[in-house]
Design a protein around this ligand. Structure first.
Ligand SMILES: Cc1ncc(COP(=O)(O)O)c(C=O)c1O
Length: 463
């Protein structure tokens, strides 16, 4: 194990890595390595004989010697060339790295496999976290695997699959009538009474290290030459921050074949765009975003404790942060699934929107190599992808011409075109059917936040 220490991201204070740590001055910690020692030991050729999982990069992971990871088989995810999607926007070199292949159907498996492994190593028995959805599912699964107790708090309109997956894995799962920040508040408030370890995004140092493997894997898959542009959906920011950290470590180790670093693009929705707003204003810290609402639940994070880390990474890479039109996310989702057969989540669909907009602006050029991360499986978002199929009447003859155009012979009912924080919008085609609210479908305990809960900045955030 080559970890030298932990380092405060806000003021550089060093902390020992041989004990359980959380934050410093209410801000996240970096895991730092003795890169000279890593460089002496690690050679790319060594990877050839290693399992194709995230653990193959062990020299750049905090896993202590002799400790077995808590694993569900985090295999390397495919990097898929997308000629048809590229052509749609006049681009020649577009790729999707498909993280939906991971054990819990999203990239969250990487971070939580690492965080739970380390928590177990430090003898934690009970963890808690707020979640926009996929992190809760992954935490629940890895906690189950580790024999750890897990408490998950989610906004009540979190996709139902996320709710069910947590409960199935035995996590004590609660729906909260608020946003993820309100859920985070419950985790903070309960710390003393419940004695749980706070696994919230960036409130422990190891999730970033797990997410970092996305960047290491991408570099290896592209023969150690990084792409020109990376489009990444941003909520709490661990994915983007982790990947940029991976690239910097690879550069420092001299492992990259080309000096080129990718321009990192932090993608948000107009329904929740704190980072994009701060970027436009030239600020390092983001204001909490009011009335956050987006179909892309994973990026519905109105205030991120690592805002400055996201913005620093984006700026250091000469990239940018932007928001795309919320009402078009479903359109980009369908486009990508139809053109490439890759079931992208709404968060990734927003990145396709960014591809469209940045290409139109000339910021992405025809020959740029662009990588979009599909951070989760579309199948986990039943409310967002719901549609009614054409129906056929088996008692009458089939009109083949109609059928060829995709139409059925019975009236279809309705389909959901958008899901926002508080409402489900239904496009009527014929007779509308009621769409159950998420809270009706899931029979999870609901926590009512009685006091008024303004969207608050994380503790210590200079607003
Ligand atoms: C599918 C999906 N994409 C993107 C994100 C945002 O991830 P990050 O917190 O790394 O910014 C999330 C977070 O929940 C997610 O579930």
């Amino acid at each position: 194990m080559f970890v030298s220490h932990l380092e405060s991201a806000i003021d550089g204070t060093q902390l020992p890595a041989n004990q359980l740590q959380t934050m410093h001055a209410d801000r996240p910690l970096w895991v730092r390595y003795n890169l000279n020692a890593v460089g002496r030991w690690f050679e790319k050729e060594k990877l050839r004989d290693r399992e194709p999982t995230m653990w193959r990069y062990r020299e750049l992971l905090p896993l202590p010697n002799g400790v077995r990871p808590v694993s569900l088989g985090e295999g390397m995810t495919p990097i898929l060339e997308c000629e048809r999607l590229g052509e749609e926007f006049g681009l020649r070199d577009v790729w999707i790295k498909d993280e939906s292949h991971l054990p819990t159907g999203s990239f969250k498996s990487r971070g939580l496999a690492m965080a739970i492994t380390m928590a177990k190593h430090f003898r934690v028995k009970r963890v808690a976290l707020p979640s926009a959805g996929n992190a809760g599912g992954a935490a629940a699964a890895y906690a189950a695997r580790a024999g750890m107790e897990c408490f998950v708090f989610m906004p009540e309109d979190t996709p139902v699959i996320n709710q069910y997956e947590c409960q199935l894995a035995g996590a004590k799962t609660f729906l909260v009538n608020g946003l993820i920040n309100d859920c985070g508040k419950i985790v903070r408030q309960g710390k003393e009474a419940m004695g749980w370890f706070d696994l919230s995004t960036l409130k422990e140092p190891y999730r970033i290290e797990g997410k970092k493997t996305m960047g290491l894997e991408l570099a290896e898959q592209f023969d150690w030459q990084l792409p020109d542009v990376i489009l990444y959906p941003t909520g709490g920011g661990t994915g983007l921050i982790g990947m940029w950290k991976a690239f910097e470590e690879l550069r420092e180790l001299g492992l990259l074949e080309s000096k080129k670093m990718p321009r990192m693009v932090s993608v948000q929705s107009t329904g929740c765009a704190p980072i994009a707003t701060a970027f436009d204003r030239g600020e390092r810290f983001a204001e909490p975003f009011p009335n956050a609402a987006t179909i892309a639940s994973g990026i519905r994070v109105p205030a991120a404790v690592g805002d400055f880390m996201i913005l620093d990474a984006v700026r250091a890479s000469k990239g940018l942060a932007l928001s795309v039109e919320e009402s078009r996310i479903r359109e980009w989702l369908e486009l990508t699934c139809r053109l490439e057969g890759i079931a992208v989540c709404p968060e990734t669909a927003a990145c396709v929107g960014a591809l469209e907009s940045l290409t139109a602006r000339g910021w992405i050029k025809r020959n740029d190599r662009v990588v979009i991360f599909n951070t989760g499986a579309a199948q986990k978002y039943v409310e967002a992808i719901r549609s009614d199929l054409p129906r056929l009447n088996m008692n009458s003859s089939i009109d083949w011409e109609r059928l060829a155009s995709g139409a059925g012979s019975l009236p279809s009912t309705s389909h959901v075109v958008a899901l926002t924080h508080s409402e489900v919008v239904v496009a009527e085609e014929a007779a509308p059917v009621p769409v159950e609210s998420v809270a009706d479908v899931a029979e999870l305990p609901t926590i009512t936040v009685t006091e008024t809960l303004p969207v608050e900045a994380p503790e210590g955030l200079p607003v």
